[in-house]
Design a protein around this ligand. Sequence first.
Ligand code: SF4
Length: 80
Amino acid sequence: MRICNEKCRNCWAIRFCNICFTWLIYNDEIDKNKMNRMCRNLKRTIINAFLWYLYILERKPKAFEILFDEKNIKGGGECV
Ligand code: SF4
């Protein structure tokens, strides 16, 4: 995959990012203010998700086992 946006290339959140650039286009250009707002919000959401994950894991180390157990994945974890 080729990443054209310079800001994204250097972004720590890129592997978790779900921002679609079609949301950011205004008059055939990327609306930088909108992008900055959306990036900031997305990064906060990611940080909060990690904080919650760690918070729960500290208190209940087995809390997420059910999510990663292949028996609980529809189709036994195989690609369909
Ligand atoms: S958060 Fe923003 S800068 Fe980072 S990858 Fe997503 S769109 Fe790019």
